[in-house]
Design a protein around this ligand. Structure first.
Ligand SMILES: Nc1ncnc2c1ncn2[C@@H]1O[C@H](COP(=O)(O)OP(=O)(O)OP(=O)(O)O)[C@@H](O)[C@H]1O
Ligand SMILES: [Mg+2]
Length: 377
C-alpha cells in the first residue's frame, strides 16, 4: 500500500529545472540521494542560520527539560536553505522518530487522520510544502495541533457522525517556501516560526569545506571562496557547484579545487559571477529588454521565459530581490539599475530606475497606467 509517507526526504516545489545542470535551488531526483549524504545530522553540525538555530535549540532544550514534546515549528524560506535538514535534526535532537509527508500528498483529510493516529507519543510529523495542504485536511490539523484530538466523520449527509479520536502528543514541523500562503489560523498554531535567511559567503565556505571532507575532495581556501560567492546564498547550490567543479578538477586538472579551476569550471557551466543561472538571466533579460525594465506582472514574465509563475516567484525572485537586481512593487516586477549594469545593457535615457538616484522604490503607483494586468502577486 502506498502511503503519503513514501515520499523521498527532500523536495521542493514542482517544476523540473536544472535539466542543463544549472544552478536552480530546486533538488532533482539524483540530487536527493547525494543530499542525504551531505545533510547535517545535529544542530552542532548545522552551519549558519545563527538566529533560527539558537532559538530552536532553546525550544528543544526547554521541552526536553519539561519532558514534553516541544511546540509546533514552522520553517519558512526559499528552497535549499536547510528546512528539511532542520526538521530531521529536530527529530534527532529529541531522540524521536520523524514521520515525513507533504502538503500535496495529503489529498483527503482521512489520509491525515490515519497518519496522526499512527504517531507514537513525542513523534515529529514533518509536513513539507505545508502551504499546499488541502483545506479539509488543514481544518483537521487545527484540532490535532491544539488538542491532540481529531474528529473522524463517519457516514454522509444527515446521518454523518463525528467520532472523536485521541492522538498522541506530537510535534508538527511544517516547512514552506511561501509562508504568505498559509492561512492565519494555521500559522497561529505554530509556537515557533523560524524564518530561514540566505547564507553569508563565509558560512557557505564552511558548508563547502564540510562537504568537500565528506566527498573526499581537496578544496583550497580561495577555491571555496570562489564557489561560495556564486552560490546564491544557498547551501544546496554550493554543494551542487562543488560537485560540478570537482568533475572539472578531476578531468581537466589534478583533482584539486583551486580558484582557477573553480572559475574555469563555473564559466563552462554558465554560472556567472553573481551565481545567476540561465533562468535567472532569462528573467532579467526579459524584464530589461522586452519589458523595458517593467513594471510587469510575474505571470507575464513567466510566460516570456517559458516557465511556471510559481518557479519564477519561488526560485528566481527571492535571490534576484536579495541581490538588488529586481524589485517587487504593487504594479509588478521592476528591474533595478544594477540589473542593467549586470547584463551589460546601456541604461535607457531619462528612465527613472530603481536603485539609482531618484529611484522609485515605494513611489506612488498609478492605477491603470498600463493595459496589462500587473496585480498578480
Ligand atoms: N546549515 C547547513 N549546513 C550544512 N549543509 C546544509 C545546511 N543547510 C542545507 N544544507 C545542505 O543543503 C541541502 C539542501 O537542504 P534542505 O533539503 O534541508 O533544504 P530545504 O530548505 O528543505 O529545501 P526545499 O525547500 O527545496 O525542500 C542539504 O542536503 C544539505 O546538504
Ligand atoms: Mg525540503
Amino acid at each position: 500500500m502506498s502511503t503519503p509517507f513514501d515520499r523521498p526526504l527532500t523536495g521542493g516545489v514542482d517544476g523540473s529545472l536544472g535539466q542543463d545542470g544549472g544552478v536552480s535551488s530546486l533538488a532533482g531526483d539524483e540530487e536527493r540521494v547525494v543530499e542525504s549524504a551531505l545533510r547535517p545530522h545535529s544542530l552542532h553540525d548545522f552551519i549558519g542560520q545563527p538566529k533560527v538555530a539558537r532559538q530552536l535549540a532553546l525550544v528543544l532544550e526547554g521541552a526536553k527539560r519539561r519532558g514534553r514534546p516541544p511546540d509546533h515549528v514552522l520553517l519558512s524560506g526559499p528552497p535549499g536553505l536547510g528546512k528539511t535538514s532542520l526538521a530531521l535534526i529536530i527529530g534527532s535532537e529529541l531522540g524521536t522518530s520523524v514521520k515525513i509527508t507533504s502538503g500535496p500528498a495529503i489529498e483527503r483529510s482521512g489520509d491525515l487522520a490515519a497518519m496522526l493516529s499512527n504517531l507514537a507519543p513525542g513523534d515529529v510529523l514533518f509536513i513539507d510544502e505545508i502551504h499546499r495542504i488541502a483545506r479539509p485536511a488543514e481544518e483537521l490539523l487545527y484540532m490535532a495541533m491544539e488538542d491532540f484530538r481529531v474528529d473522524v466523520v463517519v457516514g454522509k449527509g444527515p446521518g454523518a457522525t463525528a467520532i472523536p479520536l485521541e492522538i498522541s502528543p506530537f510535534t508538527l514541523v511544517g516547512a514552506t517556501t511561501r509562508a504568505g500562503l498559509l492561512t492565519g489560523p494555521l500559522r497561529d498554531r505554530f509556537g515557533f516560526v523560524g524564518q530561514m535567511e540566505f547564507y553569508e559567503p563565509a558560512e557557505l565556505q564552511q558548508v563547502l569545506r564540510r562537504s568537500a571532507d565528506l566527498l573526499g575532495v581537496e578544496l583550497t581556501e580561495d577555491g571555496s571562496a570562489e564557489i561560495a560567492g556564486r552560490s546564491r546564498g544557498t547551501p544546496r547550490i554550493a554543494n551542487r557547484l562543488l560537485r560540478r567543479v570537482r568533475d572539472y578538477a578531476e578531468v581537466e586538472a589534478d583533482g584539486r579545487v583551486t580558484r582557477e579551476v573553480a572559475q574555469a569550471a563555473l564559466a563552462l557551466y554558465d554560472v556567472d559571477v553573481l551565481g545567476l543561472d540561465r533562468l535567472d538571466r532569462a528573467v532579467l533579460e526579459a524584464l530589461v529588454v522586452r519589458f523595458g525594465g517593467g513594471p510587469v506582472g510575474v505571470a507575464t514574465l513567466a510566460v516570456a521565459v517559458g516557465e511556471e509563475p510559481n518557479t519564477v516567484e519561488e526560485v528566481c525572485e527571492p535571490f534576484l530581490v536579495r541581490a538588488g537586481l529586481l524589485a517587487r512593487t504593487p504594479r509588478g516586477r521592476v528591474a533595478t539599475e544594477a540589473a542593467w549594469h549586470h547584463l551589460g545593457h546601456p541604461l535607457p535615457r531619462g528612465g527613472a530606475l530603481l536603485g539609482g538616484a531618484g529611484g522609485v522604490i515605494g513611489a506612488p503607483t498609478t492605477p491603470g497606467a498600463s493595459s496589462e494586468t500587473l496585480f498578480d502577486a
